[in-house]
Design a protein around this ligand. Structure first.
Ligand code: GDP
Length: 782
C-alpha cells in the first residue's frame, strides 16, 4: 500500500486514544508527593468522620482535599455540611455550602459578603468529572478559590502547594518576558524606516533599507509627514516587491503581540524613546493599504482605469508599436497616473497605409456599365405561410442551388422528422437556426434572371422578429406578401400578422407588393379560393396605402414550385394564365436610386473576413463610394477607409452605388467604433446625430405622450413621444387639429420624439415606433 494510502486509512481517534491523548487520567495524575498527601489527608478525614464516613464518597473526599490544598479541617467541615449534617442556617464560619437552589444562594448573598457568596459556588453540584475545569489559573486571586477575600491560614501542605504554584507562575512570567524581548528585538529591526536617521546602517540591515528606499522612491510614502500623493506611475502601483513585503509584514501583527504592560528594554528605549505609546511612533495606518498611504487615498480612485488595466493596455500598445518595453515604464515612476493614461492613448499608432483611390467618376462608370438592373425585395407573411419554402424552391428552380444540396438538406430534415423543411433551409443554412426550426435573421440571398439581379431579404414572420422585418423592409424595393390559402389559415393570418406586416412595409416606403397566394395545392387549385383571397387582400392593401397598379397576385405552390419559375402543369391550375412570380418580380421597377445624394449606408452586419479585420455589409441607401474613399461612421464619428469592396454578387468591385448591397472591407479604424445599425456616410456631408426629431406618423394604435422604441433599419433606440403637435389630413397633410391629447389608430399626426441617446437620423428617413412589443406608428422624419 502506498504511503499516502496508509495515512489516509489511519483511524486517528483510535490511535490517539491508544496514546492516551483523550484520557483525563494523565491530566489528573498526581505527582508522587501529592499522592502521599492525598493518602494521608484521606485517612485523616475518614478518621475524623468516624461512623458517618460511609455517607461520603471517597472521590468527594479526594476532590475536597485537592481543592482545599490538603487543608483537612476545611475538607472535613465541608463534607459534614454537605453529606452528613447540612446546616439549617448559614453559620458565619460555615464551610462552603451546597446551595442547591439559586434562590438560596441569593438569599444568602443578601445577608453575607460577596466573599461568602463566591465561596459557596465553586463546589455546588458540579459533577466530579467536570470539576477539573474549575481549577483556577495561577494568576487569579486566591480569594475566589479559598472561600474568603482574606488570605487563608496555610497548613504545611498548603504552603507546599502554594510554593509549587508560585514556581510555575514565575516560570511562565519569565517566558513572557523573553517573548516580549524577542518581539522588541524584531521591532528594532523592522521599524527601520521610521527611525533610520537614529541608527547606523550596516551589513544586511543596511542593504534591506536600501532596497526599501529604492522601492519607496517611486511608489510609497512611508511616513505621514509626506502629505501629497507621490507621483506614482499607475503601471507600478499594484505590484508589491518582495522587499516591500519584508518591510511591511512584520508591522501588522505588532500591536497584537506586544504585551500591554511590558516595558521596553534599555536598548529599545534608546532606539525608540521612552515608551511604546510615544507620540513619535509612526502611526500604523500608514501601512493600511499595500501600495498607497491613507493620506494619499482619494475616493475617486476607482473612477479611473485600474492599475492593472493601465499596465495591460500599456504593454499591449507598446508591444504593438515596437517601442519601449513595459518594463521601462515600470521603472520610470516619475509621471503621474493620468500622464500614463494619456500617453497610452497617444500610443495609437496605426502604420497601415491609407488605401489608394483611383478617383473614378462613379456615376459615369455606372452609366457606362449598363449591366443588369438590381432589385431587393423583402418576403413577409405570417409564420408558416410558406415563405422560406417558397424562396428555397425559387433558388432551386433558378439553379442557384443544386439538387444535391437540397437532397442533403432533405436527409438532415428527415433526421428531425421535418422533411418539408429542406427547401426552407436552402435560404438559411446556419445550423443552429435549422435546429430551432426558424430562420432568425435577414439572410440575404441573391439570384439572377435574364434581366435583373435580385437580392432576397428574408424576413420571417414571427412576432419577435419584427425589428428584423423592419430592417429588411427599409432596404427593399418591393415586397412579396405570402398568404397561406389553405382552409382557415388565410383568415387567421390576415387578421394578425399579415395586417401588421402590410402596414409596416408600406410605412417603410415599400410601394410595390406581389401577393403570392400559396399552398393552392392544398385546396386543389380552387380558383374560387384564389379569387376570394384576392378580393379581400386587395381591398385591405388599398386601404393601407398601396396603389392598385402596384399590387399583383400570383397563385402558387411554393412546395412544388408551381407558378414560381415555371407555369403550373397541374390541370387543376390551368385557369391561371397570368405571370409567374419571377415574371412579376422582373416587371417590378426598382425604386429610383438616390445616386447623386451624399453617401448613406446602414450597417447590417459587422464581421471579420480574410480581407480585413473589420468588414461591414449593407445596402447603399444613397450616393456612391469607391475603393480608397474615406468614410465616417456615425454615431462614433470615427473615420475609416475602404480597402476593398464587393457588390451584390460577391464579386470584387472598384465602386458601388445606391441600391446595391455591398461588403466593404475597412482599414484604419478600431472595430469597437463600428456596430450594426450605425450609418456610414460621406465625411464631407455627414449625417447628424440627434436626440429629438419630429415625425409625420401614421398611427396603428392609440398614441399619446408615452415611452416608445424607435426603429430605423437596424437601429433601435429607446425614447418617448414628448408631445403631439397636430392631427394632419391624410391626403393633403394640412393641420386639422392642434395639440390633441391622443391620436386614434389610422390617423396621421405630427409627433415630437425624444431619444435617450443621440443617434444618426435625418429628414426623409422612415422610422417605426413600437411600444410593448407592438408597432404603434410609422412615418417620415421631417
Ligand atoms: P414560413 O414560416 O413562412 O417560412 O413557412 P415555411 O416555409 O417554414 O413552411 C411552413 C410549412 O408549410 C412547412 O411544413 C412547409 O412544408 C409547408 N408548405 C410551404 N409551402 C407549401 C405549399 O405550397 N404547399 C404545401 N402543401 N405545403 C407548403
Amino acid at each position: 500500500m502506498a504511503r499516502h494510502q496508509n495515512i489516509r486509512n489511519l483511524d486517528y481517534e483510535a490511535e490517539l486514544e491508544e496514546y492516551g491523548a483523550f484520557s483525563d487520567e494523565e491530566e489528573e495524575e498526581l505527582s508522587p508527593e501529592d499522592q502521599v498527601r492525598m493518602r494521608e489527608g484521606t485517612a485523616q478525614v475518614l478518621e475524623a468522620l468516624g461512623v458517618e464516613a460511609h455517607k461520603v464518597p471517597k472521590t468527594q473526599i479526594e476532590e475536597s482535599l485537592w481543592h482545599y490544598y490538603w487543608d483537612v479541617d476545611k475538607t472535613i467541615t465541608y463534607l459534614i455540611s454537605k453529606y452528613i449534617d447540612p446546616p439549617k442556617k448559614p453559620a458565619k464560619t460555615a464551610p462552603p455550602k451546597t446551595a442547591p437552589k439559586q434562590d438560596a444562594a441569593i438569599a444568602s448573598a443578601s445577608r453575607q459578603s460577596f466573599a461568602h457568596l463566591f465561596r459557596d459556588l465553586p463546589w455546588g453540584n458540579i459533577p466530579p468529572e467536570r470539576q477539573a475545569v474549575l481549577i483556577p489559573p495561577p494568576q487569579l486571586p486566591a480569594g475566589l478559590l479559598g472561600g474568603s477575600g482574606a488570605p487563608p491560614k496555610m497548613s504545611k501542605l498548603q504552603q507546599l502547594a502554594a510554593a509549587r504554584k508560585k514556581k510555575a507562575e514565575e516560570k511562565s512570567a519569565s517566558g513572557e518576558v523573553e517573548q516580549t524581548q524577542v518581539k522588541m528585538t524584531e521591532l528594532t529591526v523592522n521599524d527601520n524606516q521610521a527611525s533610520k536617521e537614529n541608527r547606523p546602517l550596516a551589513g544586511v540591515f543596511g542593504k534591506r533599507v536600501k532596497i526599501s528606499e529604492t522601492t519607496a522612491q517611486g511608489r510609497i510614502p512611508l511616513t505621514m509627514a509626506e502629505p501629497t500623493r507621490p507621483e506614482i506611475p499607475q503601471a507600478q502601483a499594484p505590484e508589491a516587491t518582495p522587499s516591500q513585503h519584508q518591510e511591511e509584514d512584520p508591522i501588522d501583527p505588532e500591536p497584537a503581540v506586544a504585551p500591554p504592560k511590558a516595558q521596553p528594554s534599555a536598548f529599545a528605549s534608546t532606539l525608540f524613546g521612552p515608551s511604546s505609546d510615544s507620540p513619535k511612533r509612526r502611526p500604523r495606518e500608514v501601512f493600511a493599504l499595500p501600495y498607497m498611504a491613507i493620506s494619499s487615498y482619494s475616493p475617486d480612485a476607482f473612477g479611473k482605469p485600474s492599475p492593472d488595466d493601465v499596465v495591460l493596455a500599456a504593454q499591449a500598445k507598446v508591444a504593438t508599436a515596437g517601442k519601449k518595453s513595459a518594463n521601462v515604464h515600470n521603472k520610470k515612476g516619475s509621471s503621474s497616473a493620468d500622464g500614463v493614461t494619456n500617453q497610452v492613448s497617444q500610443l495609437k499608432i496605426d502604420d497601415t497605409p491609407l488605401p489608394k483611390s483611383r478617383n473614378l467618376n462613379v456615376l459615369s462608370e455606372f452609366e457606362k456599365q449598363k449591366g443588369k438592373k438590381t432589385a431587393s425585395f423583402v418576403v413577409v407573411g405570417h409564420v408558416d405561410a410558406g415563405k422560406s419554402t417558397m424562396m428555397g424552391r425559387l433558388l432551386l428552380d433558378l439553379n442557384v442551388v443544386d439538387q444535391r444540396t437540397v437532397d442533403k438538406l432533405r436527409k438532415e430534415a428527415e433526421k428531425i422528422g421535418k422533411t418539408s423543411f429542406a427547401l426552407a433551409w436552402v435560404l438559411d443554412q446556419r445550423h443552429e437556426e435549422r435546429s430551432r426550426g426558424v430562420t432568425i435573421d435577414i439572410a440575404t440571398n441573391r439570384f439572377e434572371t435574364e434581366t435583373t439581379s435580385f437580392t432576397i431579404l428574408d424576413a420571417p414572420g414571427h412576432r419577435d422578429f419584427i425589428p428584423n422585418m423592419i430592417a429588411g423592409a427599409s432596404q427593399a424595393d418591393f415586397a412579396i406578401l405570402v398568404i397561406d390559402a389553405s382552409t382557415g389559415a388565410f383568415e387567421s393570418g390576415l387578421k394578425g400578422q399579415t395586417r401588421e406586416h402590410s402596414l409596416l412595409i408600406r410605412s417603410m416606403g415599400v410601394s410595390r407588393i406581389i401577393v403570392a397566394v400559396n399552398k393552392l395545392d392544398t385546396v386543389n387549385w380552387s380558383q374560387e379560393r384564389f379569387d376570394e383571397i384576392t378580393h379581400q387582400v386587395s381591398g385591405f392593401l388599398t386601404a393601407t396605402g398601396f396603389q392598385p397598379k402596384n399590387i399583383a397576385f400570383v397563385p402558387v405552390s411554393g412546395l412544388h414550385g408551381d407558378n414560381l419559375v415555371r407555369k403550373s402543369t397541374d390541370p387543376a391550375a390551368s385557369w391561371y394564365t397570368g405571370k409567374t412570380l419571377v415574371e412579376e418580380l422582373e416587371a417590378s421597377e426598382p425604386s429610383a436610386r438616390a445616386l447623386a445624394k451624399p453617401l448613406r449606408m446602414t450597417i447590417s452586419e459587422v464581421m471579420r473576413t480574410p480581407q480585413s479585420s473589420i468588414s461591414i455589409t449593407g445596402r447603399i441607401d444613397a450616393g456612391s463610394l469607391q475603393m480608397g474613399d474615406a468614410l465616417l461612421v456615425q454615431p462614433s464619428g470615427e473615420k475609416a477607409y475602404v480597402k476593398s469592396l464587393q457588390v451584390d454578387d460577391g464579386e470584387p468591385a472598384d465602386w458601388a452605388v445606391a441600391g446595391q448591397n455591398v461588403v466593404l472591407h475597412l482599414s484604419n479604424i478600431d472595430p469597437i467604433h463600428v456596430r450594426v445599425g450605425d450609418i456610414v456616410c460621406d465625411p464631407a456631408k455627414p449625417i447628424q446625430c440627434v436626440d429629438t426629431f419630429t415625425l409625420k406618423a401614421l398611427a396603428f394604435d392609440i398614441l399619446m405622450p408615452m415611452q416608445v422604441d424607435v426603429h430605423r433599419g437596424r437601429l433601435h433606440a429607446a425614447g418617448k413621444i414628448e408631445a403631439i403637435d397636430a392631427i394632419l389630413d391624410k391626403v393633403t397633410g394640412k393641420v386639422t387639429k392642434k395639440k390633441p391629447m391622443i391620436v386614434k389608430p389610422g390617423t396621421v399626426s405630427r409627433v415630437r420624439v425624444t431619444l435617450h441617446s443621440k443617434v444618426p437620423l435625418e429628414a426623409g428617413q422612415r422610422v417605426v415606433l413600437r411600444s410593448g412589443g407592438q408597432t404603434v406608428a410609422a412615418g417620415l422624419l421631417e
